[in-house]
Write a protein that binds this ligand. Sequence first.
Ligand SMILES: *Cc1c(COP(=O)(O)O)cnc(C)c1O
Length: 413
Amino acid sequence: MEQVSAQRISSLDDEPPLKQPGVGVTFPSPSPKRPGNPRSSLFRKHYFPNTNSTQWNDWHWQLFHRITTLEQLYRYVTPTEEERQALERKDWQFPFSVTPYYLSLIDLSDPDDPLRKTVIPQIAESHISAGEAADPLGEDHTSPVPGIVHRYPDRALFLATSFCSVYCRYCTRSRLVGGHTETLEVQWDRAFEYLAQHTEIRDVVISGGDPLTLSDERLGLLLGRLKQIKHIEMVRIGTKVPFVMPQRITPALVKVLKTFRPLFINIHATHPNELTEESRQACNRLADVGIVLGSQTVLLKGVNDSIATMTELFHKLLTVRVKPYYLFQCDPIVGSEHFRTSIAKGKEIMDGLRGHTSGFAVPYYVVDTPGGGGKVPILPDYEVSHDEKGLCLRNYEGKEFMYPDVVATQGPL
Ligand SMILES: *Cc1c(COP(=O)(O)O)cnc(C)c1O
C-alpha cells in the first residue's frame, strides 16, 4: 500500500465504538521473560476485539488505524486539559498521529507517561518562546534543490518523504512533515540529478518524514538510483519506524534494504519503554543482514532527562545491536519550550555515562546550531586547567590527574 492512500483512508473508521469511552486501562509492562508483548496484546484484545494478532502485526493495519483526531483519542483515554485544548484547535499545521501499537506502549492512566508527552499534543506547543523558529537549523537556506540539504562538504541530506506514521511533538522538521508527501516525491528526480552532479558527496543521509514508511517498491527504486551514482560510498536512513511501527520491518523490506551496501540505519530512540519484543525483532532482522544500526535520541524534559533513564535506554539498545550515536539537545522549534532542558542537564547526563558504563553506550551529545552551522559536540568539563606543568584532567570519579602535554613543555600555549 502506498502511504498516500493509507493517509486518505485513515479517516474511514471501521472499528466499533468502545463500551466505556475514555477510560484509561492499565496494562502490565512488557516482561522479558514471556514471549510476545503482553501489554500490546491486551490492548488489542480490549480495544480491537475483532482483530487477530496477524492483522495487528500487519503494518498496513497499523497505518490504517492510526489515531489522528481528538474524537478517536477519546476512545482510549480522557485527554488532560492541555491535550484537549491542543487537539481542539482548528488552525494548527502540525498533524497528530499515533499508531495503535505505539499507543499501546503508553500507560493511558498516567498523564505523565513519558511516551505520551512525545506524541499527544499539548496546548504549550502553541506558545512561541524567545529564540524559537520554524526552521532553526536554517535548512531551507542550505537547500540547493528541493528535498536536498547540503551543509557539509562530503555528505548530503535527502528528504525523501514528508510522511511519518507517528508525529513527534518536538520534531525538528515539523514545518515540513504531514500533508504534502506527493510534492516531495515528485522532486526525487531533481535530487538524484544533484547528487550525481556533485562528486564530492560520498555519504547520503535519507530522512524526511520517515523513509521507512515508503513502500518496498519506492525504497527499492530510491536505493537503486543511489547505487548507480558511483561516488556515493555509503547511505544512511534515519527512521523511527522500528520503534513506532516495528511491524513494517518485514522479511520483504529487509531483502530490499540489503541490496545497498554499506547501509547504515539510525533509529530515533526516545525511552526504554520502546524496547519491546516487536522492536527487538525489528532491530535483529536489520542487524542480521549486516545493516549497521545506530541511534539518535533527543533530550526531552520530563521524558528521558535523567542518567538512569538514558543509561537504561542505551544499554537496551546495545542488546539489540544498536550503537548510541547522537544525543541531541532539543532544537528550538516553535512551541518546544516545554520539552527543552538546559545544556547543563545534558552535560550532567553525559558525565553520568562516561566511565560509569561501556564506552559503546555513550553517544555524542550535540547541539545542532541555530542558523545552520551544523552539529557541535558538547562535553562535560573534564579539563580542569592547562599550564606549563601540563593538562589537569578530571576523571569520572572526580579525581584529578596531570597529563604532561608536550605543548606546555615545548612552547608557549
Ligand atoms: C546531521 C546531518 C548530517 C550528518 O552528520 P554526521 O555528523 O556526519 O552524522 C548531514 N547533513 C545534515 C544537513 C545534517 O543535519
